[in-house]
Design a protein around this ligand. Structure first.
Ligand SMILES: C[S@@+](CC[C@H](N)C(=O)[O-])C[C@H]1O[C@@H](n2cnc3c(N)ncnc32)[C@H](O)[C@@H]1O
Length: 352
């Protein structure tokens, strides 16, 4: 592991690195993200996906004058940010909300546009979310089919979607957000389960339904390990319940507003749906259609922003990508943390 911890003795460096890797969520591409963010004296950053705070704490340790605004919509992540703010007085600003809430949250603190040096997004769900059965994110843990990142603010759960969406919407959700080849058969089976009075309430119920539909289908993940046939259906429901892709799209538009010219955007994506949105923004290839992916018609989980608010800035590229090729984890990182296997990092400077 490359070490950027300036000003610390070798013993403290080793201890710090061990602390960072003992978290409930192991930060992915940690050194690479820190290198591109390059904290300088007095820099101000926004960690848009605080999680367990691995990236934030690494940034704080890199330069002791840096301040990090720490956003997350998950109440569990926010309480970790609160604890971190006590360990680093005046250097951590916890913010509870989603990407699209950022303008309201920052306005309340008197922060203006064009004023941040770096913004980091580490997309998707955290290990805390996956590893807690009662959150309903994981195939491997039986629990209620929930999947809300913010159970305090969101009302629609994954079980609700499976109970109320019609066949054609279920098909679209599975196809667009899961890229699942058996979307139609699985959507039909979900509708059938309603008529058979077998509501899908738990993660196990859903796994069994998909196993029955995809009986003979053997699948493997990127590490060639056997993958459960419901993997993509879980991903699709999670993305839909949390409106993830529309949030990512708005989040990058906001990053453009809140970074200084010359400020740096770092994104870590875990599948092509996320990475494609980032790539399109960096290339200046965003229009109203590509920015509005399956709006949530079943939910009260709305966003505070309209894409049309930004149409003046999205016709043309506002970014210069710094890394020529996406950065991926080393073999050592993937062995140590298999969840990092699909990570792709992009870094881009705001040029206008
Ligand atoms: C992969 S984890 C981040 C892990 C973190 N970098 C760390 O080192 O611990 C992603 C986090 O982003 C949060 N998140 C995802 N989408 C969000 C959104 N639209 N608004 C705010 N937080 C979001 C999730 O709740 C989760 O805690």
């Amino acid at each position: 592991m490359r070490v950027f911890l300036r000003g610390l003795s070798l013993n403290s460096k080793t201890k710090t690195i061990r602390q960072l890797s003992n978290r409930p969520h192991k930060p992915v591409l940690l050194e690479e993200a820190t290198k591109y963010l390059a904290p300088q004296n007095g820099s101000r950053f926004i960690d848009m996906t605080f999680g367990a705070g691995g990236h934030t704490e690494r940034i704080l340790q890199e330069n002791e004058t840096v301040v990090v605004y720490c956003l997350d919509r998950d109440p569990a992540a926010c309480s970790i940010a609160q604890t971190l703010s006590e360990r680093y007085p005046n250097r951590v600003v916890p913010l509870k909300g989603k990407f699209s809430d950022l303008p309201t949250l920052l306005k309340g603190l008197g922060c203006t546009m064009n004023s941040f040096d770096g913004i980091l997004f580490d997309y998707g769900a955290s290990s805390m979310q996956f590893d807690t059965a009662s959150r309903g994110f994981a195939i491997s843990k039986n629990g209620p089919l929930d999947m809300r990142m913010d159970p305090e603010e969101q009302s629609l759960t994954a079980a609700d979607v499976l109970a109320v969406a019609d066949q054609s919407d279920l098909y679209k959700i599975f196809k667009v957000y899961g890229e699942e080849k058996h979307s139609k058969k699985i959507a039909n089976a979900v509708i059938e389960s309603r008529y058979l009075f077998k509501p899908l309430k738990t993660t196990r119920d859903l796994c069994e339904l998909v196993e029955n539909v995809c009986d003979k289908d053997r699948r493997h993940d990127m590490l060639k390990r056997p993958a459960h046939p419901a993997t993509k259906i879980f991903q699709a429901l999670r993305i839909f319940v949390n409106n993830e892709l529309n949030e990512i799209n708005h989040g990058i538009l906001l990053a453009n507003r809140y970074l200084k010219i010359g400020g740096i955007l770092v994104t870590i994506a875990f599948h092509s749906l996320e990475d494609t949105i980032v790539k399109r923004h960096i290339q200046g290839n965003v229009n109203e259609n590509s920015a509005n992916i399956l709006p949530l018609k079943y939910s009260t989980n709305t966003m505070n922003l309209q894409t049309s608010d930004f149409l003046n800035v999205i016709n043309d590229s506002c970014w210069h990508q710094v890394n020529k090729h996406v950065v991926t984890p080393t073999i050592e990182e993937v062995e140590e943390n298999p969840r990092s296997r699909s990570a792709r990092l992009r870094a881009a400077i705001r040029i206008k």
